[in-house]
Design a protein around this ligand. Structure first.
Ligand code: RB5
Length: 141
């Protein structure tokens, strides 16, 4: 699986750790930035990650900003992107099983890194359940 990962300055430190976590798990990563804690605009990075997912170049994306809110708002403006802002493993699992979320959003100023990595791990390994949930997703397009 190939994952596009992006952040603004509020999520930069988490992004670095998540990229290392994914690489250690054997997941191919495309890191679109940012590359420091200098202030940047989160919509630019949401656009880049979503474009990679829409193009099929990456199967899924992960976006981190200070709260995760800006990234989730920005990502969900893109067609065929289902971005889920998750704060613990349960919503991460349900976002895959029920919503087939293809972008995970996290708040770098909200979570501890251990919780964030737990969320990422669960989100990566959980499959979409399909069935009635696909019917509901079809209603969104
Ligand atoms: C940046 O200060 C902050 O606004 C951003 O990281 C994010 O939390 C926006 O939703």
């Amino acid at each position: 699986m190939k994952i596009a990962v992006g952040s603004d300055h509020g999520g930069f430190e988490f992004k670095e750790q998540i990229v290392r976590f994914l690489a250690a798990a054997g997941v191919e990563v495309e890191d679109v930035g940012c590359h420091s804690t200098d202030s940047v605009d989160y919509p630019r990075f949401a656009d880049q990650v979503c474009a990679r997912v829409q193009a099929g170049a990456c199967e899924r994306g992960i976006l981190i900003c200070g709260t995760g809110i800006g990234m989730s708002i920005a990502a969900n403006r893109h067609r065929d992107i289902r971005a889920a802002l998750c704060h613990e493993a349960y919503t991460a699992r349900m976002s895959r099983e029920h919503n087939n979320a293809n972008v995970l959003c996290l708040g770098g100023r909200v979570l501890g890194i251990e919780v964030a990595l737990d969320i990422v791990g669960v989100w990566l390994e959980t499959e979409f359940a399909g069935g009635r949930h696909q019917r509901r997703l079809d209603m969104l397009s």
